[in-house]
Design a protein around this ligand. Sequence first.
Ligand code: PMP
Length: 352
Amino acid sequence: MADYRPGLNELPTYSVEEREWEIKIDANESSFNLPPLVQERLMNRLAGLAFNRYPDIGMKGLKEQIAGNFQLRSDNVLIGNGSSEILEKLFHAYGGGGRSIVFPAPSFSMYDIYAKLSESRAIPVQLESDYSLRPDKVLAAARDSAAKLIVLCTPNNPTGNAMEEQDIEYIVQQAGCPVVVDEAYIEFHGRSAVDLLNRYANVMIARTFSKAYGFASARIGYLIAAADIVAMLGKICMPYHVNALSLAGAEIIYQMRNEFAPYIQQTIGERRQLAAALEELPGVTVYSSVTNFLLVKFTQAGRVAAVLAEHGIGVRDFSSVPGLIDCLRISIGTPAQNDRVLKIITGCRERG
Ligand code: PMP
């Protein structure tokens, strides 16, 4: 038997069902490829790339653009391979050696995995039955465990709801440790906690290009935080950890981010329509969402997922996950895809 480090064998694998779905609405990706004008500029930029050279180690181009948008400096920005890399680095930087990290549950499943991977003590704080997160519970959990980091996820995956701004501020203000706000879906909500950066040195904002900007293939995410935090995290990143192709693409996308506004609006409109239509069906509860996905509770959720799968439609099945029993997470697709999903679910309900 190979002698791996303790705990590795027991570590859960991040599992996704590898299938060629006809309609893939299981990972909260954008259902739209990049807008044609963005694709064209991106291809032109790639054509001029020095493929033989390492990327710019300072990632100045993208950092300056992001910093400029928030009236910050480029040393307030850390770029990563998706926000996944950023989050993983945070768990390693603040956790380890059994130190505690507080995060909501149910939420993004990787928080628990990063806690284990970094040999930190995971302190999940359960959401209420309406999936809200109580700030007093978060603060009590952090205090009792002498937490070194609090992770908030707003809007939350997979529940789709967002925290109140004053609740985020209260946690940041009262916490005796850093707080990272995972804003992976913020473009669909629009109410970011980013302004807190001007007032609190312990707040950090993590974002991604994988959702609203439809660039999941390239794995680009970023953190905005105080310069000393960014510098410390930089120490635990590999040299040249973000590749030049993804960086070049992200620069174009960020420059052209207004091009994405109509797609974001369309997704929001489609989400509202799909939610309203699903709510009409018997045995269905739709949780309110400010994201590009819906969490939906069904009587016989497993059967609904199976029928969708028979039709080549992949959704995320949480039906046997504690806290999410009988729930499926359905990402918003194109209008035609959403119509088809609705039709199949309706048929499935009518047959009982
Ligand atoms: N945070 C949340 C809440 C997510 O749902 C996801 C992706 N599912 C991520 C972070 C990671 O996204 P990425 O690594 O693609 O930036």
